[in-house]
Write a protein that binds this ligand. Structure first.
Ligand code: ATP
Ligand code: MG
Length: 432
């Protein structure tokens, strides 16, 4: 018989395996907890949307829409796209369900996003984002709230060396005037621009600020700054946000070259950048997008939000050996149950359910196996306590409790009635 060829995952799409998923769950739980403290509610939208949604909101000239989307015709011939980000879907859902009508909304979401990029460290074709979107506030107070919330998430995670950069893109008029100034400056140095930037000079010059090319970045040091083109209103709002951040004691730097990859932003934009992580150093990015709701057919409603890349966040926590990452590695059951014989096994199954009912985390040895073998498994599980039901114990309705993880344990082994096991184990855990 010929060997069947092995089916592999699609390039750039990762399995998150059981040794890593506890940390993922812990990170998501920290985010969900902090968001709830600030009264944000979750929204869940489909992974597939009509292709028009992204073309109309993200902008046809962006990398995402021009070359990164997974787009296909379904069986009815409708063009569908796997969502490359979460904001457009949230706006679509909000308009469709009347969430913006005379209301303000604090929302968050999480889930996979899809972009056909070149896979590398921190850059994948399916990746997870956790994000927040706020609707109905045009003032910088909501921006400060969102940044304080991210800061709290990072503090609770124990994330180090991750710094906030902010910028203001002003209004449409600002960007028009700045665009001309930037084109004028860069046109004098066309030869120093890489091919990508030369093309963008005509299509989307602001994106050149985002270039990863070192020569281009050097050239940009002397380029005009968008901050010199802000209207008095935009400049005031930006100054106000900085005041709030100072009061919150959140350190930040102003980066006038920060433009973000999506076309829909105005006024405040921001990124949290990790100094240790290498090229894909942006953990989280977002900003204000006051025109998108209207652009997608809703009533004019200001928006502000961010998306955070969970792969990057999880990897940085692992690389930094953050306590939360270490805790998850040591994720072990409270007790491991072993049994010998059919009668004992039957009792073990009931005992596990009873112990779990009291809140304990309990793993059983399933299937046959010698006592020696079962103890090996118990040891491997990392559980501090083993509960043994042998033949003799089974007859008397008892179980033996043995401490596995301490040399000078308070007891070596003790036999109790099975209905006392949960209590005994709980007390023992406290004394270990
Ligand atoms: P980058 O400049 O790194 O491409 P971006 O501006 O395209 O980022 P956003 O669209 O703002 O990123 O997405 C927000 C966050 O999602 C990013 O800061 C990053 O942490 C994460 N992210 C974006 N694209 C990817 C990807 N292909 N793989 C993994 N994470 C990603
Ligand atoms: Mg990108």
């Amino acid at each position: 018989m010929s060997k069947k060829s092995q089916i592999k995952a699609i390039r750039g799409m990762n399995d998150i395996l059981p040794n890593e998923s506890p940390l993922w769950l812990a990170v998501e739980a920290v985010c969900a907890g902090v968001f709830a403290q600030y009264s944000y509610k979750q929204i869940r939208t489909p992974l597939l949307e009509s292709t028009h949604l992204f073309a109309r909101s993200i902008g046809a000239e962006t990398d995402i829409v021009s070359k990164e989307m997974y787009t296909f015709d379904d069986r009815n011939g409708d063009s569908l796209t796997l969502r490359p980000e979460g904001t457009a879907s949230t706006v679509r859902a909000g308009i469709e369900n009347g969430l913006f009508y005379n209301q303000q909304q604090r929302l968050w979401y999480t889930g996979p996003m899809f972009r056909h990029e070149r896979p590398q460290k921190g850059r994948y074709r399916q990746f997870y984002q956790i994000g927040v979107e706020c609707y109905g506030w045009s003032t910088p107070d909501i921006e400060a709230e969102v940044l304080a919330m991210i800061h709290k998430v990072f503090t609770d995670l124990g994330l180090q060396h991750t710094e906030l950069q902010i910028n203001s893109l002003g209004d449409v008029d600002t960007r028009e005037r700045y665009r001309s100034a930037l084109i004028e400056y860069l046109s004098k140095h066309v030869d120093a621009l890489d091919e990508d930037s030369q093309r963008r000079l005509t299509t989307n010059p602001l994106r050149i600020l985002d270039s990863k090319n070192e020569g281009v970045q050097a050239l940009l040091l002397d380029a005009p700054s968008i901050l010199d083109y802000l209207s008095p209103e935009s400049a005031d709002a930006f100054a106000c946000l900085q005041g709030y951040l100072q009061d919150l004691q959140i350190d930040f730097t102003i980066n006038p070259r920060l433009v973000r990859g999506l076309d829909y932003y105005n006024d405040t934009v921001f990124e949290w950048v990790n100094a240790d992580y290498g090229a894909q150093s942006t953990v989280c990015g977002g900003g204000r997008y006051d025109s998108m709701v209207e652009q997608l057919g809703g009533q004019s409603t200001p928006g502000f939000g961010f998306g955070m890349g969970l792969e990057r966040l999880v990897q940085i926590l692992q690389e930094q050996a953050a306590p939360i990452a270490k805790q998850q590695e040591q994720d072990a059951p409270d007790a491991f149950l072993v049994s010998i014989g059919d009668r004992a096994r039957k009792q073990m199954i009931s005992l596990q359910a009873e112990m779990v009912r009291t809140g304990l985390r309990v793993q059983c040895h399933m299937g046959d196996g010698s006592m020696k073998n079962q103890f090996k498994r118990a040891d491997k599980s990392g559980a501090p306590i083993a509960v043994i039901i042998g033949d003799d114990e089974a007859v008397e309705g008892k179980a033996s409790i043995k401490v596995l993880r301490r040399t000078e344990a308070p007891i070596a082994q003790r036999t109790v009635m099975q209905n006392e096991v949960a209590n005994t184990v709980t007390n023992l855990l406290e004394s270990l």
